[in-house]
Design a binder for this molecule. Structure first.
Ligand code: COA
Length: 334
């Protein structure tokens, strides 16, 4: 069995910065409320005509990651693309990445696990490398939330949280034993309606939506039971981090850097407190980007790496929780 290692990271966020004060011009909210409950100060939104889409942002992040890995498009054996906001209902973004990056007719797989998407995608890529089937896998997390959010007061409980962006990692066969030590994935579909986008879908097509036209709970915008999600997130984050550490006979004191999915700064702080980690041991950038779902971990990991916070030999832990519910962790010896 081989080990897989992250050898290149990249990120891309749209230029358009949307502050809390900008949102307060569109809906009944304010900077103090958003910062106090979520820690978010600003996020990025794609601007109409700026040329970005979920796939395009993914390609931009992937191009940087590939360059840093010192690989060429021809070296990639598989694409795993995680998003909940694909450009089209089908096909998924992976195939367009293959085309736009001029890659061979390699495997392209889309992962739909929302905020846990990148952790799931990394785990999938890891399995293909471990078995020896592929040598280099491009893993992308990218989201275009802004176009699908209810930016009126009705949607304020959800729309202030999410932002657009993309991150990418090149996972490669490792000859030494460093790299991904283990991945841990979970789901609990009983709670699927607690954070969801109901339609348009095969369960709720456009004509039905138009016929119903409910004023209060429009199904083509995401809905979230915030407090319910919050409570479950705290529990599952802690469980799945512990699960990863135990599997590898490691302790919390062995963690050099925890990169949690950027769901809410309060969630990250509660996890930090629970594990008694210092500020230096937990990387957060939700303040600047909001929750970018499948893109949040690769964006954060890229920035942590760029800032020199991820060094050879470090124990890096990734953990995510989100809609589904799904959650997971990745334990990495860098
Ligand atoms: N601005 C101002 N007020 C707002 C608001 C906004 N953007 N959104 C909601 N409110 C109001 C509510 O209407 C409510 O008013 P009321 O008391 O008059 O009824 C009040 O603020 C409290 O709402 P509540 O939903 O109970 O707030 P909360 O403390 O639970 O915070 C979240 C809301 C969404 C920030 C919080 O629940 C959360 O972060 N949950 C987890 C979300 C998450 O991580 N999602 C991604 C999962 S990966």
């Amino acid at each position: 069995m081989y080990t897989s290692k992250i050898i290149g990271l990249g990120k891309y966020v749209p230029e358009n910065v949307v502050t809390n004060d900008d949102l307060a011009k569109l809906m009944d909210t304010n900077d103090a409320w958003i910062q106090e409950r979520t820690g978010i100060k600003e996020r990025r939104h794609i601007k109409k005509g700026d040329g970005n889409s979920t796939t395009i942002m993914g390609v931009k992040a992937a191009t940087i990651a590939l360059d840093r890995a010192k690989l060429l498009p021809d070296d990639i054996d598989m694409i795993v693309f995680a998003t909940l906001s694909p450009d089209m209902y089908f096909p998924g973004g992976g195939v367009e990445v293959q085309h736009l990056m001029g890659m061979r007719t390699i495997a392209a797989l889309d992962v739909r696990n929302q905020c846990s998407g990148f952790v799931y995608a990394l785990s999938v890529a890891d399995q293909f490398i471990k078995t020896g089937m592929y040598k280099n896998v491009l893993v992308i997390g990218s989201e275009n939330h802004s176009g699908g959010l209810d930016l009126s007061s009705r949607g304020r409980g959800v729309s202030v949280i999410f932002g657009d962006g993309a991150g990418a990692a090149i996972l490669s066969r490792s000859e030494d034993k460093t790299g991904i030590l283990s991945t841990h994935l979970h789901s609990e579909g009983e709670h699927k309606d607690q954070l969801a986008l109901q339609g348009p879908s095969t369960g709720y097509w456009v004509p039905e939506i138009i016929a119903d036209n409910p004023q209060e709970n429009i199904p083509y915008y995401p809905v979230m039971n915030g407090q319910f999600v919050f409570k479950h997130a705290i529990t599952r984050f802690a469980e799945v981090i512990n699960e990863g550490l135990e599997e590898n006979e490691l302790n919390v004191s062995d963690i050099d850097l925890l990169v949690p999915h950027q769901a809410n700064l309060r969630i990250s702080q509660m996890i930090q407190h629970k594990f008694k980690l210092t500020d230096d041991q937990v990387y957060n950038n939700i303040q600047r980007y909001g929750n970018t779902t499948a893109a949040s971990i690769p964006i954060a990991l890229t920035e942590a790496w760029e800032e020199g916070k991820v060094k050879d030999g470090d124990l890096v832990v990734l953990a995510a929780f989100g809609s589904g519910f799904t959650w997971g962790s990745v334990i990495i010896k860098w």
